[in-house]
Structure formats: structure tokens, C-alpha cells
Design a protein around this ligand. Structure first.
Ligand code: ADP
Length: 713
């Protein structure tokens, strides 16, 4: 039922991102017979070495009881089945001991120490010991198990000695020596074997060199401590050196090197105490103090090593996460880019079919006025208003995608506010009259100028007025107030409309957010307005007392004054400058050639302009335009840019080369109205640039500004 890791199963329960290969011993243990023989042989030899030392030197058996730690490690790596070779080795080694133990002692010793290893494995697995010492939990677990587990074996052997009357000292001393030895051996040998069996995949040459140097230093210091008489002269320097090297290993090397270091100090140190005794302290006492010293320092350095390793792993995990986040961000930004490009293309493609609709509606309006059909004219006007909304939506979409792609530049100039307000008023006039709204315009100072892109400021005003109109029940009141506050221009649009819920106020400027079912549009108007305001260095905010209680949008723009601040507005700009509601007219008649592969759009425009008194022809590709110009030279060429055979730029260049006339006016018609497109058009020889769909008013306004004093042939 436990989901704790089982070393014998080779489960990888290390933190993510750190890989270890299969434990080496496990490979050996996979071959059952080899594992049995190996465990039996190692334990038997250890027990024999133990007995040799015990009977030839005056040493406590506890100190040298290495097999306890080895038995636990073997059963941890190889599974419970290895209890058999452990028991056999224990039994045979004990029964053949030079001390001639009783059968009872042999049996209880065998049972006790085998059971001890089995319980040890259960406890460690139960609490999820990883075997690597790479986690603080591992370090604490091995220390805890090392302290508790050796109660089992020594208890049974002490009882056996007591029953057999073979105790050489008190039962308590016999037990505690064996227990202390067990603690030491589990503390030293179990983690050493398990940590080195879970082999790290790669270790850099630098790490290899560092490990080698550190262990060499430790060997030297251990030699000085346990094999020479140095400690008798200066104990502190010896301890200091030993700790310095152990700290170095704990802080810099992997935890398995810490285990190796502790094992090195205990084996090499104990050997030194036995082979080269100081002669001052009895060997048993010396060994006991060595043993306590190791029991004391091992947990400290295991925990230190584990903490450092955890830090290393966490840092590695954090680095991996950071890389993942970076990759996700990159993907998101690519997706976002693709989405923006898609929006731009979509808006562009949707403009093309709008072009013939605009021309047709205009023609219809003219025709219906002539035949005096006000009833039908009203219908056409409604269609025209919807068409206009659609065009604005597409413009907004394009602007949003351009701002997101950072392809958007403001053309800030010193702009008088009043005419822009008037322009905006005219734009929303139709909507307001349909809905029966009253619009109040309050210009607290009439002669206010602001540093702004006039086209965009007008767009901001139109968007806010439009929304106020849309989201107010018929017959509402909308008030537009402009006020100069020192260097700021404050614009307020207040309506008596449906209002906005408190919790929506903060979200309303997010793209695609709509507050209610009343919403009509794409939900990008306000987000675009906010971005435009911010591009001007200004702020926008909204207030509403609640649903049904109206709303107030406030825009604050910097750079206001009541004198002109900078240079004049440049001439022809996209979003076709001249508003549909404008009254611009050139009453002269011209020879006009329309070049557009969209036949319906070309024909519609042709009819419209013909109706205005011009002589208009249409061709549907670049080559035909060149041919047409040979025989029938036009004064104005309205040239579509995206055409399949030859694009508008090429046609314009060829026209400029072949027809050397300064009186030829080239007007580019494109779906995109970006600065780049305009620049390209200018370089190709265009005089004007209009964004589709164009109306006759747009074209007439262009013609009105053209100087045709130099007549063409
Ligand atoms: P759209 O009007 O295309 O839905 P906008 O970004 O212009 O998108 O507006 C977002 C939402 O904010 C609208 O759908 C509407 O719910 C709400 N809203 C905008 N202006 C007003 C207003 N003056 N009064 C009430 N709600 C408004």
C-alpha cells in the first residue's frame, strides 16, 4: 500500500531534472545467484575480520561491527530475499568463531541481526529514503534509523549472553557497546553504499579533480590526526584542519563524497588508532572516543551536504523553469504576432469587397435623389451608415494590430481642438439623429491647441461619442466638454445611457471586453482609444454610478496651450482625411483612368466619377493601363496596389518613365494605410495615397487640391 520508493526496484524518485543511472549494485543483484554469493561472501569476511581484530587486539567488538551497515545496505538494494545469505553468513561466521559461542547465542545473533536489516529496509522504504543523501529528509532518516535500529541485534545477543552466563561485563555495558557500534556502522556504511550505487550520470573533469584533491587532503589530515602524535601537541589545529576539509567537501562536492569522507575518516582513523596507538589512552577507550566523534560529525555533514545539494537542485529546477517560461513566452509572442498579422490581413481583405459597395451606395443615393424617392433614399442612407460602421471597425482592427506590432507612428503636430471636435460631431451626426440624441458641446476655451496627431485625436473623440450614442437609449443626452487645465487638455464625454457595472469599470479598456448583451461591435474600440491616448502620453478613465445611470469617459492629454505650438498638419494622410460628411468639391472635369483588378470596385467607382462629370475609363491590370495610356492619356490615374500581374508601384514607376508629364496625377488605392505603404507609394511616384474603400468625396477632395495649370496633351 505504501508508495514509498524501493531502492531494489531502481525507482527514480529524485527531483525533476536530475537523472541518475541504475544503481551499479542493482545490476549485480539482478543476477540472483551472484547477489546471494556476493552478500554472503562480503558479510562472512567482515565478520571474520571482526573476530580476528577482537581476539588479537584489545578492541571492543562494537567499534568494528561493520557488517551491520553492510547488511542493511545489501537488503535495501537487493530486496528482502537477501535476508537468506545474510542469515547464513551470520550463522556460519558466528558458529565458527574462535570464542566458541553457544548455539543459543549463534541463533539469537543470527535472528537478531538479520531481523534488524529487514526492519531497517522496511523503515527506510516506508519513509521514502532515496539512497542518495541528496535531500535533508534522507540525511535525517538515515540518522534516525541508525539510532533506533541497532537496538534489535544487541538486545538479542545480550540476552543470549546473559542466559548463557557468558557476559564479561554488565549487560548494560555489553548492550550499549554493541548498540553504539551498530549506530556508527549504519551511519557510515549504509549511506556510503547506497549513495555510490545511485551513480550520477555525469561528473565534469573539474569536479573529478576537485573531489580527488579534497579526498587526498582529508586522507592527509586523517593521517595526521590518527596516525601521528600531532594531536598530543596541538589538538585544536588537528580538529580545525579536519573540519575545514570536511566543510569544503560538504559545501562543494556531491553528497556521496560526504559519505565517502565520513567513511574514510572512520576506517582510516580507526585503523590508525589500532595500528599506531598513542600509548597514553587504552585502545578500547581511544576507539570509543573515535566512534563517538564520528557519530557526532556524520549527521552534521550529511545534513550540510543534503542542504547544499537541495540548493543546487532547486537552482537547477529554477533554471529549467525559467527556460521553460522563456520558451512559452516566445511561443506566445509568436502566436500573438501571427494573430496580429492575421487581423491585419483580414481587415485588409475585407476592405476590398467594401469598395464597390461604397460606390454603389453613392450612385444609388444620387439616382434616388434625382428620381425623388426619399423613402428608398432613407434605406440607402441606413445601409450607408452600416457600411461606414463596418469601415470604421476594419480601421480599428488594423490600428490595433499595427499598434501591437509596433508599426504605428503618431504624427504629432500643433492642433487646434475646436475643428476636430466639430469634425467628430459631424461623423456621429447620422447616428445621433437616428437615435434622437441631443449632443451638447462645451468648449470652455475656444482657442485651445494641443500637441497631438489630429487624425488620431479625432478618432478618440469619435470613438467616445460613438459609444455614448450606441450605449444610450434613444432620446438621451450626451455632453462633450473640453477644458484646458494648465498644460493638459481634459476631454469629458458624459452620457445618460445604460451605464457600467462597478466591477466592469476596470476591465472595460481591455481588448474584446464587452459589458452586456447591449454591446454592439468587436469590443476593441475602447482598447484602441486607450492605446491611442497612451501613445499621446495621456490617460483615459471611466466613471459610472451604476447600471442605467450613465457613464463619463475622461481623457487627459498633455501639451495643451492656447496658442499654436508647432508646425502645420501635413497634407494628405490616410484614414481618408476628408470625412465622408465633408463638403469638398472640385467642379472641374478630368480624364481619369481607374486601374484595379477588382472589376466590381473599378466599375462602381467609374460610374460614380462619371456621374460627377469626369471622363472615366477602367482597366483591370497593369499592362492594360500602360497600353491605355498610349492612346488615351488620362490626367489622373487611380491605381490599385495589389494586382496579380504587376503591382501598382511598378505600374506607377513605368508610367512616370514613359509619360514624361508633370501634370499626370497618380493616386494609390490600397487596403493598408500604413506609413510604410505611403512612403513606398511616394517613392514609386504617386502624388496621393488613399485607403480603400474610397468614396467619390475622397477622390474629389484630392482633385480639388491638384494644380492642373500645366495641361496634359
Ligand atoms: P464595442 O462597442 O465594439 O463593443 P468598445 O471597446 O468600444 O467595444 O466598448 C467595450 C464595451 O464597453 C462595450 O461593449 C460596452 O458594453 C461598454 N461601453 C463602452 N462605452 C460605453 C458607454 N458609453 N456606456 C455604457 N457602456 C459602454
Amino acid at each position: 500500500m505504501s508508495s514509498s520508493p524501493d531502492l531494489s526496484q531502481g525507482v527514480n524518485f529524485l527531483p525533476m531534472g536530475i537523472r541518475y543511472s541504475l544503481p551499479r549494485l542493482e545490476l549485480l543483484f539482478k543476477r540472483k545467484a551472484a547477489a546471494y554469493v556476493a552478500v554472503f561472501a562480503v558479510l562472512f569476511l567482515c565478520l571474520k575480520a571482526n573476530q580476528f581484530l577482537f581476539f588479537h587486539y584489545d578492541t571492543s567488538p562494537a567499534v568494528l561491527f561493520i557488517p551491520t551497515g553492510i547488511a542493511l545496505a545489501a537488503i535495501l538494494l537487493g530486496g528482502y530475499r537477501l535476508a537468506t545469505p545474510i542469515a547464513v553468513a551470520w550463522f556460519l561466521a558466528t558458529i565458527t568463531s574462535p570464542g566458541h559461542p553457544t548455539v543459543l547465542f549463534t541463533l539469537l545473533s543470527t535472528i537478531g541481526y538479520t531481523l534488524q536489516a529487514v526492519i531497517g529496509r522496511y523503515m527506510l522504504n516506508r519513509f521514502g529514503y532515496s539512497g542518495t543523501l541528496g535531500r535533508t529528509k534522507d540525511a535525517l532518516l538515515i540518522v534516525g534509523v541508525a539510532l533506533l535500529l541497532p537496538i534489535v541485534g544487541p538486545t538479542l545477543t545480550t540476552i543470549a549472553q546473559w542466559l548463557g552466563n557468558s557476559l564479561t561485563t554488565s549487560a548494560w555495558v555489553t548492550f550499549s557497546r554493541a548498540w553504539a557500534g551498530g549506530v556508527l556502522n549504519i551511519l557510515v556504511f549504509t549511506p556510503l553504499i547506497t549513495a555510490w550505487s545511485t551513480q550520477s550520470v555525469d561528473i565534469s573533469p573539474r569536479e573529478r579533480l576537485q573531489s580527488f584533491t579534497a579526498l587526498a587532503c582529508l586522507t592527509l589530515v586523517t593521517y595526521l590526526t590518527y596516525w601521528t602524535a600531532l594531536p598530543t601537541y596541538n589538538m585544536f589545529i588537528v580538529i580545525y584542519l579536519l573540519f575545514a576539509v570536511l566543510f569544503w567537501i560538504g559545501l562543494k562536492l556531491q553528497p556521496r563524497f560526504v559519505a565517502a569522507a565520513i567513511a574514510l575518516v572512520s576506517i582510516f582513523g580507526t585503523a590508525g588508532s589500532i595500528v599506531s596507538p598513542t600509548g597514553i589512552i587504552p585502545i578500547t577507550e581511544q576507539l570509543l572516543s573515535d566512534e563517538l566523534f564520528i557519530i557526532l560529525i556524520a549527521p552534521i555533514f550529511y545534513i550540510l551536504g543534503a542542504l547544499v545539494e537541495e540548493g543546487r537542485i532547486n537552482a537547477e529546477v529554477a533554471r529549467t523553469r525559467a527556460r521553460e517560461v522563456e520558451a512559452v513566452n516566445k511561443r506566445l509572442s509568436l502566436d500573438d504576432q501571427a494573430k496580429n498579422e492575421f487581423l491585419a490581413t483580414l481587415a485588409h481583405e475585407l476592405r476590398n469587397p467594401l469598395a464597390p459597395v461604397v460606390s454603389s451606395l453613392e450612385l444609388l443615393k444620387i439616382g434616388l435623389t434625382e428620381v425623388n424617392r426619399p423613402d428608398l433614399l432613407e434605406l440607402v442612407q441606413i445601409a450607408d451608415a452600416h457600411n461606414l460602421t463596418l469601415t470604421h471597425l476594419l480601421d480599428d482592427l488594423l490600428d490595433v494590430s499595427r499598434i501591437s506590432r509596433k508599426k504605428f507612428k503618431l504624427q504629432k503636430v500643433s492642433t487646434k481642438v475646436e475643428p476636430l471636435v466639430e469634425q467628430a460631431r459631424r461623423t456621429v451626426e447620422a447616428l445621433y439623429s437616428i437615435k434622437g440624441h441631443t449632443l451638447f458641446i462645451v468648449l470652455t476655451e475656444p482657442d485651445v491647441w494641443v500637441e497631438a496627431d489630429p487624425l488620431r485625436l479625432e478618432q478618440i473623440l469619435v470613438n467616445l461619442l460613438n459609444n455614448a450614442g450606441k450605449y444610450t437609449e434613444p432620446g438621451g443626452t450626451i455632453t462633450l466638454t473640453t477644458r484646458r487645465e494648465e498644460r493638459n487638455l481634459r476631454i469629458e464625454v458624459r452620457d445618460t445611457g445604460i451605464g457600467i457595472e462597478q466591477e466592469m469599470l476596470a476591465k472595460i479598456f481591455e481588448p474584446f471586453v464587452q459589458t452586456s448583451t447591449h454591446s454592439a461591435g468587436l469590443g476593441i474600440g475602447l482598447s484602441l482609444t486607450k492605446r491611442l491616448v497612451e501613445l499621446h502620453g495621456g490617460t483615459i478613465s471611466v466613471e459610472s454610478p451604476g447600471l442605467g445611470k450613465g457613464s463619463t469617459f475622461t481623457v487627459v492629454l498633455p501639451g495643451a496651450a492656447n496658442v499654436q505650438i508647432a508646425l502645420a498638419v501635413p497634407a494628405h494622410r490616410a484614414r481618408n482625411e476628408v470625412s465622408r460628411g465633408g463638403k469638398v468639391g472640385s467642379k472641374a472635369a478630368y480624364r481619369i483612368l481607374i486601374v484595379d483588378d477588382n472589376v466590381a470596385a473599378a466599375r462602381g467607382l467609374e460610374k460614380l466619377l462619371s456621374h460627377g462629370g469626369h471622363t472615366v475609363s477602367s482597366v483591370y491590370n497593369g499592362s492594360d493601363a500602360l497600353v491605355h495610356m498610349q492612346t488615351n492619356q488620362a490626367q489622373v490615374v487611380l491605381l490599385d496596389i495589389g494586382m496579380p500581374d504587376m503591382d501598382g508601384y511598378t505600374v506607377a514607376k513605368l508610367l512616370r518613365q514613359q509619360f514624361d508629364t508633370t501634370a499626370l496625377v497618380l493616386v494609390a488605392l490600397t487596403g493598408y494605410g500604413q506609413e510604410d505603404d505611403k512612403k513606398k507609394a511616394e517613392e514609386a511616384g504617386f502624388n496621393y495615397h488613399l485607403t480603400k474603400p474610397v468614396s467619390s468625396i475622397d477622390i474629389e477632395s484630392v482633385l480639388a487640391t491638384v494644380d492642373f495649370n500645366t495641361p496634359s496633351h
